[in-house]
Ligand binder design. Structure first.
Ligand code: ATP
Length: 658
């Protein structure tokens, strides 16, 4: 292995330990940097294939600042973290790391994390290249269709969405910007649903009068250069640009990506993609838009928009949906909600569905993993073929093999008939391996063989035969940790984790609660033959403030209970208080499509404690159990003896047990 790794870490001992681990495993360490500035210099010089990155460094800038730059340069990175502060971890996760290592490290954790990171990086790159080629093709096809500009715009933004995930797109003709004459925007209101916003809609939403709008326009000098503006930069940009500020307040957006597009006729339009989350855009998005410029230019250029000359006339007056477009259909049957977090998940589903790629769905129990697996299947070319579910946790280990692969008559005592296994039943379709984290180790190797060779052998069978099955797996476990603990095979994890989809817990997408509650209530009333007369505002408010440890399934149960207790005449209300028995810590989930697995704070803290315990024990052993004095563990660890003693107490380390 000749891959170069850069270590960005200001604690020399930690960095040095890490270097020894890496070099022993065959990696080449191209440098150790203690600050972002030093790291930048080494990156310029050596172009490392991987960076291990501490969050707190020497100097003003942190590892999180450097992470943004690494991402722009497509250099994969793994955080080295000793910090369990939730806010910092969330900010770190939002940068799209390929893994987290908790200090102090165990060699096996370091190597496994690096292996996983390299594999993911390679596959996400290949996948995105294939996807981009498809996107280019589709945009070119749209530009040559005999539809009007408006329809083409809707079609184009729908297919652009998974790549440039925006909540609001503002399109401005430079000529109009200079003459302050129009406002044209598309607001995302559902999956494949956009509302066209013109001047009159803008005035209604903002409550401004035309005069005030005209004043704001004359005060604005809009940027027409490509830019990606996130976080505090966005706040600053809003201060300097009144229209941006107006849009940010009216549509609650927190970041913008701007790209000018020139049409064949020489006109320039500025596309401003706004997003509600504040840390969305990176140079990769800009680069993609630049590559897509010619096709976007020819879609935008066609036919001037009627009424654009007159500021009092909105270019689009009504809500219009992409679903009206031929070829774009509402594809997520049974999925309710339009939070931007859910829409981001659905974008990923739509993106990966047409391919045979294995998909791993991660998320807490009851977040809708199985439902998403169904959608994935129905949206794929295999949609009319079988969808077979296997619950790996529910099957006794002795039966699971024959359940999956089938058996021949007489293969074992009790095998009185030949049995067709789940894989064979799923042929040409999809197999959904639920609770994959529970699969016994012996069977994992057999599953790996199916994934690699695409063939199976029945128990007691003489030969194997080919099958054509797409694998979708799901788990609420932290699989990387299972791998590190030796309970899940690394090679299988590699094969399954090509495209992870992370489902956010319900408490992180509260705006979906109301819609889900109405949906479940209508269904439950129908089932229980009762009229549905709405839900009281008080109950909606209670539902919206509850933490939902059991997620959507818990909500479904609460609604069912309310319907049963309801008289069928009044609106639904909560007759029993929400059960406060179950309390769970929030789970940290990355909003980014191509990275990161769910890790709860408890998980991270436990990992941290485990590794710290092991490390202290190893040092105590080195010091023959001595804490104080020359060569004692406290000196080796560079700690005060009393600090070490209290750490040992906290971690349950007893000198006698060494
Ligand atoms: N977005 C959604 N809209 C409507 N119903 C949903 C949605 N997501 C999930 N559900 C419903 O919520 C319930 C729980 O979903 P599901 O079984 O898919 O969760 P899960 O994550 O697979 O749970 P577990 O981990 O416990 O297996 C199901 O009845 C499902 O139909």
């Amino acid at each position: 292995m000749t891959e170069q790794v850069l270590i960005v870490e200001d604690e020399f001992i930690v960095a040095n330990d890490l270097m020894l681990i890496l070099e022993k495993a065959g990696y080449k360490v191209c440098g150790i940097a203690a600050s972002v500035e030093e790291a930048r210099a080494i990156i310029r010089e050596n172009k490392p294939g991987m960076v291990l990155l501490d969050i707190y460094l020497k100097g003003k800038l942190t590892g999180i600042d450097l992470a943004h730059e690494l991402r722009e340069q497509h250099i994969p990175f793994v955080y080295l973290s000793a910090n369990s502060n939730q806010r910092v971890l969330e900010a770190a996760k939002a940068t799209g790391p390929y893994g987290f290592l908790v200090k102090p490290f165990r060699a096996k954790d370091v190597l496994i994390t690096l292996d996983i990171a390299r594999y993911r990086h390679k596959h996400s790159l290949e996948f995105s290249l294939r996807q981009e080629a498809l996107l280019q093709e589709k945009l070119t096809a749209i530009s040559t269709q005999p539809f009007d500009r408006e329809k083409k715009m809707f079609m184009a933004i729908s297919i652009l969405q998974p790549f440039i995930p925006f909540d609001l797109l503002v399109v401005n003709n430079i000529k109009n910007i200079q003459e302050h004459r129009s406002f044209e925007a598309f607001l995302r209101i559902g999956f494949d649903e956009y509302q066209a916003i013109g001047v009159s809609e803008l005035l209604t939403i903002t409550g401004l009068r035309m005069q005030e709008w005209n004043k704001i326009q004359t005060e604005t000098i809009s940027t027409i250069t490509p830019a990606c503006i996130n976080n505090t930069e966005f706040q600053k940009a809003c201060e300097a640009d009144p229209i941006k500020k107006l849009v940010a307040t009216a549509f609650q957006v927190n970041a913008v990506l701007t790209q000018p597009v020139t049409t064949g006729a020489g006109e320039t339009y500025v596309l401003s993609f706004f997003n509600r989350s504040s840390d969305t855009w990176h140079a990769g998005h800009l680069a993609l838009l630049q590559r897509l410029q010619p096709s976007l230019g020819s879609i935008i250029s066609q036919e001037p928009i009627a009424g654009n000359e007159d500021p009092s006339t909105a270019p689009y007056k009504n809500a219009r949906s992409g679903t009206e477009n031929p070829g774009v259909i509402s594809r997520f049957e049974g999925i309710v909600g339009n939070s931007h977090q859910l829409l981001a998940v659905l974008d990923q589903v739509a993106q990966v569905a047409p391919f045979d790629t294995s998909v791993l769905i991660l998320g807490e129990s009851g977040t809708g993993k199985e439902r998403i697996a169904h959608s994935l299947h129905h949206m794929s070319a295999r949609g009319s073929k079988p969808f077979i579910k296997v619950n790996c946790a529910a099957l006794p280990p002795t039966l699971i093999e024959s359940e999956l692969f089938g058996h021949e008559k007489g293969a074992f005592t009790g095998a009185t008939d030949r049995r067709v296994g789940k894989f064979e039943q799923a042929n040409d379709g999809t197999i959904f391996l639920d609770e994959i984290g529970e699969m016994p180790l012996e069977l994992q190797v057999k599953l790996l063989r199916v994934l690699q060779e695409k063939e199976i052998e029945r128990i007691g069978g003489r030969s194997s035969f080919k099958i054509n099955v797409r694998i979708v797996a799901a788990t609420n476990r932290h699989l990387e940790r299972e791998v590190a603990e030796g309970r899940f095979r690394l090679d299988l994890y590699y094969r399954l984790n090509v495209f992870p989809i992370i489902l956010p817990p319900l408490r992180e997408r509260r705006e979906d609660i109301k819609h889900l509650a109405h949906h479940f209530a209508a269904l439950a009333c129908h089932r229980n033959r009762k009229a549905f007369n709405g839900i009281t505002p008080k109950m909606v408010a209670e539902l919206e403030t509850w933490n939902w440890p059991g997620n959507i399934r818990e909500l479904e149960n609460v609604i069912e209970q309310a319907v049963i207790l309801n008289d069928g005449i009044s609106p639904l209300e909560l007759k029993r208080p929400l059960n406060t028995g179950v309390v769970r810590e929030p789970v940290l989930l990355s909003p980014l499509q191509n990275v990161s697995t769910a890790q709860s704070l408890t998980d991270i803290r436990k990992m941290q404690d485990d590794t710290e315990r092991e490390y202290i024990i190893s040092i105590l052993r080195k010091a023959n159990g001595r804490i104080r004095g020359e060569g004692g563990a406290a000196q080796l660890l560079n700690l005060k003896p009393t600090t070490l003693e209290s750490k040992m107490l906290k971690l349950g380390i007893k000198k006698d047990n060494l």
